[in-house]
Design a protein. Sequence first.
Length: 235
Amino acid sequence: MLSPDLKNALPTTDELPCSDDTPVDNEDQNFLPNILLFLLNSIWANRMDWYFGVDMGVYHTTGVNPRVPVVPDAFLSLGVERKKGGKSRKSYAVWEENGIVPIFTLEMVSHTPGGEYDEKLDIYRKLGVLYYVIYNPEFWRRDQHQPLEVYKLLNGNYQLQIGEPYLMPEVGLGIGRHQTVIGGIQQEFLCWYDEQGKRYLTDAEQAQQERQRAEQLAEYLRSLGVDPNNLPHNS
């Protein structure tokens, strides 16, 4: 816990850049984390004690300079306000969040390696992030790793976990990969799972399921000689 004098000496998020202005080198680095965010907005719609940031600076005091952020592709913090003071965050400063560090960070490996397996791993270890996830669907062979790796902080060091989807009991969610059609294109994306290992569907998938159920019901009614478009109404 920071002393009041040290906390007062630190800059506020109004004074700090929201990110490090490093451009992403592929569209999925913003797109896929935002799918996780949109899913959480549905899964935890009634919870106000979490925050999920995408490509946002996380400022902390465990590095060389509190004005130099680490910028995960995505991160999740629990026990904080969804809207800080009723407003959207420009960045995330640990000292403005009652010392709460993200419980989960996500890095997506792109064409240009960004230190995901060493430099950033060490930053998150010192910061105390419980779960560090590295998603590397394209270059995992190049980097001699697996496409999805989940590291858990145990006794001060990260240990690679096994199993997919991987359940994070402290978060109450699992994370894994799934192939589906997004925007008319077949592709792999990251998704959340419940504690029983069932995947949470996107809004589009839920709507498609409902359409399929309605079509199946209509087909069943036709097999009984009933016109589904001309059903009797209760008076």
